[in-house]
Design a protein around this ligand. Structure first.
Ligand code: HEC
Ligand code: HEC
Length: 167
């Protein structure tokens, strides 16, 4: 964000070129938004819409920040799907995920249990805590959504809001 940086002395084109020299796509996106007076993208909303398009929008609290970062950098080849987002949307979603990850101030350290600092799971279903909770329930072929045939289809058993179907 470049708001509050004082009067812009260079022409728009020079400012854009300068940002280009710095090679920072986020800055360019910020400048483009400022130029067209668009409000910043709401990361939480974008996460719900974009990351909830093929499966439930998995709660950020269930993985550490490093896992979300790796997932967000690999969206073009996301579990054999192309889940790419434009740079501005990806930045907003990554910001939301990072600030609500298990190891963030809004997170739940319980979900880090059993993970080494060097472990960067890309699946919630690969974390020791998830596996411990669900060990009894893991059966091959769980899941009903199109293309989601594993335990990753949480809504087979959980309500999208979080509770279990048979609550
Ligand atoms: C184009 C469809 C698609 C979109 C969009 C998408 N995903 Fe996925 N995602 C998948 C598929 C397919 C899997 C693998 C599911 C399986 O194993 O059954 C998956 C799996 C995952 C998993 C692992 C689940 C587990 O614990 O096994 C995570 C985490 C995840 N996605 C995060 C995201 C995030 C974050 C976004 C938004 C930036 C996103 N996904 C957007 C298709 C998508
Ligand atoms: C086969 C059904 C099934 C699937 C699929 C499933 N869960 Fe669960 N989950 C359960 C049951 C049953 C419990 C309660 C276990 C207990 O209390 O012993 C549970 C408990 C949990 C808990 C502990 C807190 C709570 O709500 O009780 C979390 C968190 C959780 N599941 C997340 C997930 C996520 C995220 C996914 C998808 C990646 C998922 N589950 C997929 C059945 C399932």
């Amino acid at each position: 964000m470049r708001r509050g940086r004082g009067p812009v002395r260079a022409s728009g084109i020079v400012a854009l070129a300068a940002a280009g020299v710095l090679g920072c796509a986020a800055d360019l996106a910020g400048l483009a938004r400022a130029a067209s007076n668009q409000p910043p993208i709401d990361g939480a909303k974008a996460w719900q819409t974009e990351c909830g398009a093929c499966h439930m929008a998995y709660p950020p609290q269930l993985l550490p920040e490093r896992s979300w970062r790796k997932l967000m950098l690999g969206l073009a080849n996301h579990f054999d799907e192309d889940a790419s987002l434009d740079a501005a949307t990806a930045g907003a979603v990554a910001g939301f995920l990072g600030s609500h990850a298990a190891d963030s101030v809004n997170g739940d350290p319980e979900f880090l249990r059993g993970l080494k600092p060097t472990d960067t799971p890309l699946r919630i279903t690969d974390t020791p805590i998830w596996r411990a909770i669900h060990r009894r329930l893991l059966t091959p072929g769980v899941g009903t959504g199109p293309g989601i045939r594993t335990a990753a289809n949480c809504t087979t058993c959980h309500r999208a809001g979080g509770g279990l179907e048979d609550d």
